[in-house]
Design a protein around this ligand. Structure first.
Ligand code: CTP
Ligand code: MG
Length: 220
């Protein structure tokens, strides 16, 4: 009945625009990757952690992570990296997929995803209401629609799955921006649990400034 957490950390961090790949950028003296892994371990409900990093950084990753954390090599797209992690996940019953970029994710959120999986859900994702009104636009930028904001959610990680379900979803060659979308395409229901603002993804320099301020204020 094991829970294996995959931590994709093989991206370049182009939008952050630093010379170091994003997962290896430090926040208060500790990398985003190490912070994300610490949160998973602190939740007390993860049996194994597999991090997925660029090939040239496997030794660096192993050196900055606690003993027992496994390190595998990622691929060009996030989907490729998750697929590499899934191969290493072995006979897990549940798989969590958690972005290294969500470095300040509270352990309680991780626990709540695992609790829902153990309660019988096959696919569980943290979700928050959307604050901005969202428009659909065409190629010229003209607005073609305004979805009802009340029905929209911004989703986070960790996204949790019954391992077999995620493996099946990854057998397709579809492309998506999150793992749940592949499960949806496979025709399975994805459930939400309340997300947490602290699980925000560090994507841009503004996000990193916010994360630094939170760490300095001891709010992380
Ligand atoms: N990721 C990965 N392998 C890739 C691309 C992304 O493991 N080929 C990981 C990133 O390291 C990150 C997570 O997926 O932890 C979420 O992706 P994102 O926030 O988009 O990070 P990057 O792809 O690194 O950033 P950018 O898109 O700005 O280049
Ligand atoms: Mg990316």
């Amino acid at each position: 009945r094991s829970v294996v957490a995959l931590v994709p950390a093989a991206g370049r961090g182009e939008r952050l625009g630093m010379s170091t790949p994003k997962a290896f950028v430090e926040l208060g003296g500790k990398t985003l990757l190490a912070r994300a892994v610490d949160g998973l371990l602190a939740s007390g409900c993860v049996d194994r952690v597999v991090v997925i990093v660029p090939a040239e950084l496997t030794a660096a990753a192993a050196a900055l992570l606690p003993a027992g954390v496994e390190v595998v090599i990622g691929g060009a797209e996030r989907t490729d990296s998750v697929r590499a992690g899934l191969t290493a996940a072995g006979d897990a019953e549940f798989v969590l997929v958690h972005d290294a970029a969500r470095a300040l994710t509270p352990p309680q959120l991780i626990e709540s995803v695992v609790r829902s999986l153990r309660g019988g859900r096959g696919a569980v994702i943290p979700a928050l209401p959307v604050v901005d009104t969202v428009k659909v636009v065409d190629e010229s930028g003209a607005v073609t629609g305004t979805p009802d904001r009340a029905a929209l959610r911004a989703v986070q990680t960790p996204q949790g799955f019954a391992a077999e379900l995620l493996r099946r979803a990854y057998r397709s060659e579809s492309v998506a921006t999150d793992d749940a979308a592949l499960v949806e395409l496979a025709g399975e229901t994805v459930h939400t649990v309340p997300g947490d603002p602290m699980a925000f993804k560090i994507t841009t320099p503004l996000d990193l400034a916010l994360a630094n301020a939170l760490v300095e204020a001891g709010q992380e």
